[in-house]
Design a protein around this ligand. Structure first.
Ligand SMILES: NC(=O)c1ccc[n+]([C@@H]2O[C@H](COP(=O)([O-])OP(=O)(O)OC[C@H]3O[C@@H](n4cnc5c(N)ncnc54)[C@H](O)[C@@H]3O)[C@@H](O)[C@H]2O)c1
Length: 312
């Protein structure tokens, strides 16, 4: 296999494509080339050094993928739970520096790029601080926790000259690229309705994740984890199942519908907000104290196309 080195932009695009390929690979194999095979060779000085903030479920996937790319190196990892420092070192396979303070990574001049894989309620602050510190950023979807966070994030990205990429991987996947090619050449014909569903009909799909067995206020900085959310005593279930509560997550909309909408927009070439939307949801099955719906349906009118999305 040829060895290529990555520019920062190519690095960010490639981890997004790699993550998207996981979604696509189960369904159809469209391109057997390695994801980075078409990139031109780069000088050794273009080595990309990244730091990762959040090494939980998604962060550990991103870290595993990112360190496989040639010319790319993990320089440090940050997490508020010390158990994930050990995990990061195991994944990288060498004793990288780890910390609870993401600002340590931002102060590190050796780091070019920050991968942000913290819960939704922390996205804004980490991304805003990272671009202010001169870092390029790959942030997991959903970009924002609230509309106000979204405006602040876009303003911060526009104000800086940094690359800011959101990891809604479907938009970077080979499956979406193929669908777009078919749509653009008229193979699908005139479009009068888009229907999309994403159902995960089991406890894991409903975010009933177990907290780490050893989690405690000694090995987790719980107060910082809460961030701007209302203060409350240490709660291992909130740590593991934060998607269930609006104080930290964005529910089905930000967890699942976002993939359907971003994929649809990428295929149809739509980059605008909908003209109209109506939505409803509720807690129909998981009466476990959550305050986010477990079923969510929405009907949008986008650029003269009705789009129906349902998830739960
Ligand atoms: N693109 C996808 O398909 C996909 C899949 C899963 C998750 N995600 C997204 O990834 C993000 C993380 O989700 P997850 O499932 O990995 O969550 P997780 O709870 O498993 O991991 C989050 C980690 O971030 C750490 N953390 C929280 N606040 C922090 C802070 N201020 N500084 C440092 N570390 C902090 C936590 O201790 C935890 O280890 C979410 O935004 C989620 O929507 C995307």
């Amino acid at each position: 296999m040829k060895k290529y080195r990555f520019s920062r932009r190519e690095f960010l695009q490639t981890i997004a494509r790699a993550a998207g390929a996981t979604l696509a690979a189960n369904a159809i194999l469209l391109n057997s080339e390695p994801l980075f095979a078409s990139l031109p060779p780069l000088a050794t000085s273009d080595r990309v050094r990244f730091g990762i903030v959040g090494v939980g479920m998604e962060g550990s996937n991103l870290l595993t993928t990112a360190i496989q790319l040639p010319g790319v190196e993990c320089a440090a990892a940050c997490d508020l739970y010390d158990g994930r420092h050990e995990l990061a070192r195991e994944l990288v396979g060498k004793p990288i520096p780890t910390t609870r303070r993401y600002k340590d990574l931002l102060d590190n001049k050796e780091i070019d790029t920050i991968i942000v894989a913290v819960p939704d309620h922390w996205h804004k602050q980490v991304v805003v601080d990272a671009v202010a510190a001169g870092k390029d950023v790959y942030c997991e979807k959903p970009f924002s926790h609230t509309p106000a966070d979204g405006l602040a994030l876009v303003a911060a990205a526009k104000k800086s000259d940094r690359i800011v990429m959101v990891g809604a991987q479907r938009t970077s996947s080979v499956l979406c690229a193929k669908a777009k090619e078919l749509y653009d050449r008229g193979a699908i014909g005139a479009l009068s309705l888009v229907e999309a569903t994403l159902g995960r009909n089991d406890p894991t799909g409903a975010w009933e994740y177990p907290p780490p067995a050893d989690l405690s206020p000694e090995n987790l900085d719980w107060d910082t984890w809460l961030g701007t959310a209302p203060k409350k005593p240490f709660d291992p279930l909130a740590f593991a199942r934060w998607r269930c509560w609006k104080e930290y997550g964005t529910g089905v909309a930000g967890d699942l519908l976002v993939h359907l909408i971003s994929g649809m927009q990428a295929v149809l070439g739509i980059n605008e907000i909908p003209k109209r939307v109506s939505a409803f949801g509720g807690i129909y099955r998981w009466k476990d104290g959550r305050n986010m719906p477990d079923v969510h349906a929405a009907l949008f009118e986008y650029a003269n196309v009705p789009v129906s999305v349902v998830s739960g």
